[in-house]
Design a protein around this ligand. Structure first.
Ligand SMILES: N[C@@H](Cc1ccc(O)cc1)C(=O)O
Length: 331
């Protein structure tokens, strides 16, 4: 795989391809970042962007993880002290999950976002950004309650992070795209450069295949799950024998979340996936890549129940080090 393919694999959107091609021509030492509102325990959404960061490290890039304590505060996630405590736990889980300690810089937002130059830049951006524009940028990130003034400041600060962290690439889930678009529009007004962005997909709801797997509602997978819990959750997942399920009767799009988890979580981290089956059910079988596995499910060679059992076991492998670290921290 060449560097461009590695940098962009599994990305749902690349903004712009040309800019990322330039970056991929010489990725060594270039900086990429993801920001996270500290929330204690990592879940599947964090791990998906972390997988992308691991790809970028493999391509030679340096990675900045922003522990966005001020953003979490603006989004009503608790007192500043509470937020900072959960941020420390997150750092530990990311390292246990497989981010390279040498190539990862963890930065708290509060280390620079309260400095005069940053605050004045925020205010300058407030002057040039309409209320409507800021609100649209925030719409997908905020819980749906009435927007507060803090929710309008939030995306402006996120846009400025790209400049202040001096990164060459912004990474986030697809829900960050509006903020990244705002950054592309607004940063030049402050004489700052536009930087490219990569957006990872959002996994569908585990039990229905509809909408998004959310950390707040429905079933999610997190660093806290025991092997048994993982097995239960995956066993009850929606998994028709196709990568492209029919929409519901009401016309709601559906995905196959079991296949999505194989594609975005398992295959990026393992060279191959082995399904263990008794001989009477066809014996063990190894898939070298996601497409091979998806095809086997589609044509009936792989039963959804076997796919699920295998998925749960691989996810458990991925989660176990972070789960142990959490246990140690809490002991
Ligand atoms: N908006 C991100 C968090 C974030 C904050 C600041 C940033 O610079 C980047 C990301 C989220 O929804 O979790």
């Amino acid at each position: 795989m060449d560097d461009y393919d590695l940098i962009t694999r599994n990305a749902e959107e690349v903004v712009t391809e040309e800019e990322v091609e330039d970056l991929a021509a010489d990725p060594e030492g270039k900086r990429a970042y993801v920001g996270y509102e500290p929330s204690g325990v990592l879940h599947v959404g964090h791990l998906l962007t972390a997988n992308k960061l691991i790809d970028l490290q493999e391509a030679g890039m340096d990675v900045v993880v922003l522990l966005a304590d001020v953003h979490a505060y603006l989004n009503g996630k608790g007192t500043f002290e509470e937020i900072r405590e959960t941020a420390e736990q997150m750092r530990e889980q990311f390292l246990a999950y497989g981010l390279d300690a040498e190539q990862t810089e963890f930065v708290y937002g509060s280390e620079y976002q309260l400095d005069e130059d940053f605050v004045l830049d925020v205010h300058q951006m407030e002057l040039s950004t309409s209320l409507n524009r800021a609100q649209r940028a925030m719409a997908e990130l905020q819980g749906g309650d009435t927007a507060k003034v803090s929710h309008l400041v939030y995306p402006l600060m996120q846009a400025l992070d790209i400049e202040y962290l001096d990164v060459d690439l912004a990474v986030g889930g697809l829900d960050q795209r509006k903020v990244h678009m705002l950054a592309r529009e607004e940063l030049p007004d402050l004489d700052y450069d536009v930087r490219p962005a990569l957006h990872t997909p959002i996994i569908a709801d585990l039990t229905t295949g509809e909408g998004k797997m959310a950390s707040s509602a429905g079933v999610t997978i997190s660093m806290e799950d025991s092997a048994d819990e993982l097995e239960d959750k995956i066993n009850s997942a929606y998994c028709p024998p196709t990568a492209d399920p029919e929409p519901t009767e009401d016309g709601v799009e559906r995905e196959n979340p079991v296949l999505e988890l194989f594609q975005y979580h398992v295959f990026p981290r393992f060279d191959a996936v082995t399904v263990e089956r008794p001989d009477e059910y066809g014996g063990n079988v190894t898939y070298e890549d996601y497409e091979e596995l998806a095809e086997a499910l589609e044509n009936g060679e792989l039963h959804p129940a076997d796919a699920k059992g295998t998925l749960a076991a691989y996810l458990d492998d991925l989660i176990a080090p972070g789960r142990e670290r959490l246990d140690e921290l809490r002991a």
